[in-house]
Structure formats: structure tokens, C-alpha cells
Design a protein around this ligand. Structure first.
Ligand SMILES: Nc1ncnc2c1ncn2[C@@H]1O[C@H](COP(=O)(O)OP(=O)(O)O)[C@@H](O)[C@H]1O
Ligand SMILES: [Mg+2]
Length: 366
């Protein structure tokens, strides 16, 4: 029934209800540089990833956990609830349209980590699975958004200490001159410790045509940390699928350290329309009936045009529609606009877009 007083060190879960630090997906500026030279400890990869090796250094990640007696039972639904996992998975389901296979994989990972955590309370080995991931897909398919949710989930199940996301590209990791790359990469790793390091278009780190490219140095440091400190940081490599496949073909070391490959499909027209509705309701706008049809027409045209970026294009289109809506209302400033007028986007707010005047790729180019 109640746990015996026996205690041991473990990676207990984060306190339920404790909000994970929120961060947006954009790369942080280098301004956050810390004077602490501890970044150097990532360099050598001397087995610092092992929790038991350095209990004091890890003290904030660990807490005393009560061991359960051998004949105890647990209710996983209650455990899931207590860790705030249900809440997070429900929000993921509600706030992201489509992405069924991605959501399923996240549930599976959550289940594994939860069971690991309960096993640990029975004194069973709870070796941490490697969770480095690769997210492939076109721009605007939700990779960064899902990575942020993943970071928070990993925090809630006690896998990551902080659960923040640091998003970077090659330029944040690789220097221009000899000797610059290692400090840059280590600085980024230091910022990302305890959270997720999201490397967008990760294949730019490798240049097949140049063996001495500094990107290689960055890859090697990343590999060491991914191996030796995999209980402290999760690395997510993101980018287009075909280019990522090529990257892995030339970098088998990187490939072998990736535990999960998630492919983000392009959204269908229906999904894009649903995404628009969701985005609008979040900011308390709505579409008139006509505007709904116009938006679908807008989207089907926009999908054919260059630089279409899935959900990001939807977001941008809606922001411009809000701009036109505001100006439409202000064009008759003395008219009595009501609450619904302030919420309702009309066809006209969308029709003014260039998308309706520019040719699609199917139309003959001039
Ligand atoms: N399935 C979805 N449902 C709702 N909004 C989405 C969805 N996928 C992406 N978005 C939104 O679209 C924008 C771009 O998504 P993002 O995660 O940055 O894409 P990527 O990293 O793949 O380029 C973000 O504002 C995000 O909130
Ligand atoms: Mg992104």
C-alpha cells in the first residue's frame, strides 16, 4: 500500500502542473551568451552523460523517489494524469489539424517514458531510451511546432530537465574561420542542455564537395554529445526528406543515432481550411459564409504557386486579411460597427490578395 521509507536516486518526474518554460521556435540570438565557461565540458565526451557518474552535477534533475513494494500495483491512467500527459496530448490533438501518424508516435513515446518511469519506482532498470529524432517535411508542415510540444512532453515525463527548445541553423553552429566552429557549436549545445536542440535544414552542416568544410567539425561535436549526453539533450534534425536521406547516406554516424524518423506530409486543401478556422478562432475572428468559399479558392490557388509553405502560408494569408478587414472598417469610421463586424472577415478581405491576380503554375507562364 504505502511505500516503504527506502529511498533512492532517480529521475523523478517533473512536478505535475509545473509549466514548462515556453519559448517560441525562432532561433535565439547570440545575445544570450553566458560568461560561464562550462560549455567546454561538452567538448571531450568523457562519459559525462552517465547520471550515476556525477550525482552532484545532476542534482537538480534528480530527486529522491519512493520505491514501491514488490506487490504494489499502479494505475497508469492516474500516473498519466498526474504527469500532465493527458492534458498535453489532448491539446496536441485539438490544436493541431491532421498529423495523425505524428500524434500516434508522440503517444507511443509518452507511453514508453511513462512506463519507464513507473518501472523505476519498482526498482526496475529504467535505462533511458535514445530520443534523438529526425523531422522531415516541406516548410510549414508543423515540424517546429511539434518539436516544441515534444520538448514539453519530455519535460513532463521527467526526461528533460527544462523542456525548452533552441532552434538553430548551420550559421548558428558553424564558424567562418578556423577555430570558430567548436566554440559556436558548444555554446549552442550549452543553451540547449535540458531541452531540445532543433537543427533546421540540418543537411547544410555537411558539404559533400568539401571535406574540410567546418560543418564536419560541428557534426562531430554534435555526435559526441548526442551519444554521451543523450539523457540531457534531445537533438531534432529537420528538413526536406530527400535531402535528409542524402545527408544520412553520407553521415551514417548521425543516422545511427536517430531513434525516430517522423515524416510530416503536406496538408490537403481541407486540412488547410481547418487550420485557417482554428487559427481564426484562436484570435476570435470568423469567416462569413462567402469568405469561407473564397478562402478555399484562395488556398487552392496558393497551393499551386511558388513558395507555398502549407500552414505558414495560411497564417500569413489570415494576417493580411485581418489587415484589410481593419482598413475596410476604418474606411467608414463613422459607421456603427458591431461586435460581429469586428470579428467577421468578408470575401473582399481575401479577394484583394495578389494570389487572385497571379498565375498559378498550371496556367501558362507569360
Ligand atoms: N497541423 C497544424 N494545425 C494548426 N496549425 C499548424 C499546423 N501545422 C502548422 N501549423 C502552424 O503553421 C505555422 C508553421 O508551422 P511550423 O511548425 O513552423 O512549420 P515548419 O517548422 O514545418 O516549417 C505555425 O504557426 C504553426 O502553428
Ligand atoms: Mg520550422
Amino acid at each position: 500500500m504505502t511505500a516503504p521509507p527506502e529511498r533512492r536516486q532517480g529521475f523523478g518526474m517533473a512536478a505535475p502542473g509545473r509549466p514548462a518554460p515556453q519559448q517560441d521556435g525562432r532561433a535565439e540570438e547570440a545575445g544570450g551568451r553566458s560568461a560561464d565557461p562550462a560549455g567546454q565540458r561538452f567538448a571531450q565526451g568523457q562519459g559525462q552523460g552517465s547520471r550515476s557518474a556525477e550525482p552532484e552535477q545532476d542534482s537538480s534533475a534528480e530527486r529522491q523517489i519512493d520505491l514501491l513494494p514488490e506487490d504494489a500495483t499502479v494505475n497508469l491512467a492516474a500516473e498519466r494524469k498526474a504527469a500532465g500527459i493527458d492534458e498535453l496530448l489532448d491539446a496536441l490533438d485539438r490544436e493541431l489539424v491532421g498529423l495523425a501518424p505524428i500524434k500516434l508516435r508522440i503517444q507511443e513515446i509518452a507511453a514508453l517514458l511513462l512506463v519507464d518511469q513507473v518501472r523505476e519506482r519498482f526498482g526496475l532498470a529504467a535505462t533511458r531510451p535514445s530520443l534523438h529524432m529526425c523531422f522531415t517535411g516541406a516548410p510549414g508542415t508543423g515540424k517546429t511546432t511539434v518539436a516544441m510540444r515534444m520538448a514539453e512532453l519530455l519535460h513532463r515525463v521527467g526526461y528533460l530537465e527544462r523542456g525548452h527548445l533552441v532552434a538553430v541553423t548551420r550559421d548558428d553552429l558553424v564558424g567562418q574561420y578556423v577555430g570558430h566552429t567548436a566554440p559556436k557549436t558548444k555554446e549552442v549545445l550549452k543553451r540547449a542542455m535540458g531541452g531540445v536542440l532543433f537543427i533546421d535544414e540540418a543537411y547544410y552542416l555537411y558539404r559533400a564537395d568539401n571535406e574540410r568544410d567546418y560543418g564536419q567539425e560541428s557534426i562531430e561535436i554534435l555526435l559526441q554529445v548526442m551519444e554521451n549526453q543523450r539523457d540531457k539533450i534531445v537533438v531534432v534534425l529537420a528538413g526536406y526528406k530527400d535531402r535528409m536521406d542524402e545527408f544520412f547516406a553520407s553521415n551514417p554516424g548521425m543516422s545511427s543515432r536517430i531513434a525516430h524518423h517522423l515524416d510530416f506530409p503536406e496538408y490537403s486543401l481541407d486540412e488547410l481550411a481547418d487550420i485557417a478556422q482554428l487559427m481564426l478562432s484562436e484570435v476570435r475572428y470568423r469567416l462569413s459564409e462567402d469568405a469561407e468559399a473564397t478562402l478555399r479558392e484562395y488556398l487552392s490557388r496558393r497551393m499551386q504557386q511558388p513558395r507555398f509553405a502549407n500552414a505558414r502560408s495560411v497564417r500569413n494569408a489570415l494576417e493580411r486579411a485581418r489587415l484589410r478587414h481593419a482598413n475596410r472598417l476604418l474606411s467608414e469610421p463613422d459607421r456603427a460597427w458591431n461586435r460581429d463586424d469586428l470579428m467577421r472577415l468578408e470575401s473582399a478581405d481575401l479577394l484583394a490578395s495578389r494570389v487572385f491576380s497571379e498565375p498559378t503554375s498550371e496556367s501558362p507562364a507569360s
